[in-house]
Design a binder for this molecule. Structure first.
Ligand code: MV4
Length: 449
């Protein structure tokens, strides 16, 4: 049993973890940079330790400072949240070396999924469908050209150290290959200090559907159904929902089983997510595994009525999971409310929130760390909060979302609220008729006020 947990994060997820710890009777320690001294996670935690200057590298990514904060407060465990050190195997290792429990998977599990070629090989062995492509790293341009001929254009080049779109290039015909090969390699080297790239058949207009899983220390793994995250812009998710409007009972069973196989293949322990690409024929392919709690975990919590952070902490304390799979009982949608200007390429808009009115009422959940007078620092991501609605049907969840968005007043910074209001009225969105390409052609109507 943990007596005290240090949260190595900030913003809404730090608050989210503090809330569950409080319900479990676990004391909490917040860490904060000097830019976050007035943040709610600092106020709501039982203790708080300043870990450095505003830049992430000096604070939320500074491992020695975080370990020192854990030791001086005598915390038993660290919750990494998402982003920052959540998928850093060195950090997980160093926590272990200091007899601090890292609330998440082991360093070996993080590494097994961190390198994409290794992950893909593991999935093939486990019988999880993967996108057809070459085996292993590309050695040179000639090999890339001959392999692409074999697979058939279009193909996609991906960085083995990648994820989230960096170092990725789609190639439609051979004459584009030379340029794509060298730019993908250069981008991978610059982003990850690892220029290894590999090739896959390019799946056109896929949906991004991911399966939430949980595994315990005793080898039991279950799935907790899917989230549809196809509404993205430049690899940034903007809207997530569960169930997916594209899902069928048969496909859920198949994808759920594949996700369990994927996690079992590495004896996964903790909560995690298997991301799949799903094509228009409902063929699905393993894309990557996220070995952390995700931003969008809340939609799953709402449709199965289950606290995923509580489960994650219990697993870390050595408790057994039930082993049953969970099916959606409701429909939930999440809109990410970012301090960004949707009328200007979603440009970040940090600054002071002068006026704030948070929506409420039946079927509405807001996970946010901001308040009137709060200043959004320019150093971190631009998320102000998440607005989640839940109802018996998708149509009702969308209606509730529109109503809640209309009540949401955030004055002082530009936000993504006008984008979400327009999306909720979009005919194709309402029909569930969208893929990961949807936002490429979505045009904002001019503001009326
Ligand atoms: C793909 C793909 C099509 N075919 N792989 C984007 C992020 C990275 N995790 C993998 N990604 C993709 N991989 C094959 N073989 C299309 C994408 C992709 C994408 C995937 C999910 C959500 C949004 C996306 C936007 C552009 C491309």
């Amino acid at each position: 049993m943990f007596k005290k947990v240090l949260i190595a994060n900030r913003g809404e997820i730090a608050l989210r973890v503090i809330r569950t710890c409080r319900e479990m009777g676990i004391k909490t320690v917040a860490v904060y940079s000097t830019a976050d001294k007035d943040s709610l996670h600092v106020r709501f935690a039982d203790e708080a330790v300043c870990i450095g200057k505003p830049q992430s590298a000096d604070s939320y990514l500074n491992i020695p400072h975080i370990i020192a904060a854990t030791e001086i407060t005598n915390a038993d465990a660290v919750h990494p949240g998402y982003g920052f050190l959540a998928e850093n195997s060195k950090f997980a290792q160093i926590c272990g070396d200091h007899r601090i429990k890292f609330i998440g998977p082991t360093p070996a599990m993080i590494n097994a999924m961190g390198d994409k070629i290794t992950a893909k090989e593991t999935m093939i062995k486990a019988g999880v469908p993967v996108v057809p492509g070459g085996e292993g790293l590309l050695k040179n341009l000639n090999e890339a050209k001959s392999l692409a001929k074999e697979i058939g254009y279009p193909i996609i080049l991906k960085a083995t150290a990648g994820g989230g779109g960096k170092g990725m290039r789609v190639v439609w015909e051979e004459k584009e290959m030379e340029r794509a090969y060298s730019t993908a390699k250069a981008e991978a080297a610059a982003s990850f200090k690892n220029d290894g790239i590999y090739m896959e058949k390019f799946v056109e207009e896929p949906r991004h559907i991911e399966i939430q899983i949980a595994g315990d220390q005793f080898g039991r793994v279950c799935h907790l159904s899917e989230r549809d995250c196809s509404i993205q812009r430049r690899h940034q998710k903007l809207v997530e929902e569960s169930p997916s409007p594209f899902m069928t009972n048969e496909l859920r069973e198949k994808m759920g089983e594949a996700a369990i196989k994927a996690a079992s293949a590495i004896n996964y322990e903790s909560v995690g997510t298997i991301e799949f690409l799903v094509d228009k024929h409902r063929n699905f392919y393993f894309m990557e595994m996220n070995t952390r709690i995700q931003v969008e975990h809340c939609v799953t919590e709402e449709v199965i009525n289950f606290d995923l952070i509580k489960e994650q902490i219990k697993i870390a304390m050595g408790e057994k999971i039930s082993g049953e799979n969970y099916l959606p009982q409701m429909h939930a949608i999440e809109c990410r409310i970012n301090a960004e200007d949707p009328y200007n390429e979603f440009r970040p808009s940090p600054g002071r929130i002068n006026v704030l009115n948070t929506p409420g009422g039946h079927g509405v959940r807001v996970d946010s760390h901001v308040y009137a007078g709060y200043v959004i620092p320019p150093y971190y991501d631009s998320m102000i909060g998440k607005l989640i609605t839940v109802a018996r049907t998708r149509d009702e969840a969308i209606d509730t979302m529109y109503r809640a968005l209309s009540e949401y007043v955030i004055d002082g910074v530009k936000t993504t609220i006008p984008f979400h209001l327009q999306l909720m009225k979009n005919e194709d969105f309402r029909k569930g008729n969208f893929t990961t390409k949807f936002l490429e052609t979505f045009v904002m109507e001019k503001a009326t006020v």
